[in-house]
Design a protein around this ligand. Sequence first.
Ligand SMILES: Cc1cc2nc3c(=O)[nH]c(=O)nc-3n(C[C@H](O)[C@H](O)[C@H](O)COP(=O)(O)OP(=O)(O)OC[C@H]3O[C@@H](n4cnc5c(N)ncnc54)[C@H](O)[C@@H]3O)c2cc1C
Length: 300
Amino acid sequence: MRDRLKKGLSAFLPENRIFMDEPLSRHSTFKTGGPASLFVRVTDVDELRRTIRLLQEEGERVFLLGRGSNILADDAGFDGTIVQLAEGFDRIRTEGERLIVQAGASMIRTAVVARDSGLSGLEFASGIPGSVGGGVVMNAGAYGGEMRQVIEEADLLLEDGSLRTFTCAELELGYRTSVLKRIRACVVEVRFRLTQAPKDVISQTMEELNRRRILKQPLEYASAGSTFKRPEGHFAGQLIEEAGLKGLKIGDAQVSEKHCGFVINRGNATSAEIKGLIDIIQKRVYEHSGIMLEREVIYL
Ligand SMILES: Cc1cc2nc3c(=O)[nH]c(=O)nc-3n(C[C@H](O)[C@H](O)[C@H](O)COP(=O)(O)OP(=O)(O)OC[C@H]3O[C@@H](n4cnc5c(N)ncnc54)[C@H](O)[C@@H]3O)c2cc1C
């Protein structure tokens, strides 16, 4: 069946963007995960639409991948097709105080382009290693900033193949959540409403936030950032530390000693080890504090 799918896809995608048995460890910041049966990279809306339509017609399981910075891929891989927005799907342009960004663009580059255009509002995003599409899905945020504050509207490709513009309110952006947790659609373009500011001021803020990140977060190890959502009125890292779990290891998966809110891969961890550690953390934190930590990381 996958050979047939591959043949169907090659009618409109070049061979060098269709991969069979592609290791997901190459596409996840955790650096774990087995092979995806098919892995396809698309560079524009038309390719995306045709790809999704073909996969739907064939009854194929589909997963949209951004930069893989918030997923944990199974060691057994993914029995289906991964669709990723590739280079070409990452154009950024300005229109006055608006920044118009295709969903495959990285958040970091988007923040840099905003700075270079003298536009303030995306400084918080300058250390978030995901795509703008993934950033909408998660309503990514840091240091008091979040996507919700700067998105004006976004274009989504819906399951029926139509493109629809969602206003910021319609995107239902909440703490690490959005309408995309409820409906199946692909973010294709995002329009940000920013404000003019001197470039050096924007630069200073970005540098300061990144300095704090380097100081506090175990960026020297593979991870997916914060493993858990912040429970109301608490910090996940603090609860984990208070439960005595700092540094706890299963194989090469470890509760970071630098920041307990991060589960890290010290080198050769498997996804099963990471999952095992996440389960233990949830159980032990619950026993210790009565608070059930909710995962931010998405299992694939
Ligand atoms: C070192 C590190 C630091 C981090 N710091 C932060 C932080 O400060 N704040 C924060 O919020 N997050 C942080 N993260 C987590 C992560 O970067 C964000 O959640 C990011 O928004 C995920 O984007 P992505 O493109 O990697 O999405 P992926 O991990 O690839 O996917 C996440 C979800 O989005 C979906 N998705 C991706 N693209 C699209 C699209 N175009 N259309 C529809 N669905 C899509 C996927 O199907 C999946 O469900 C950090 C991660 C790391 C590794």
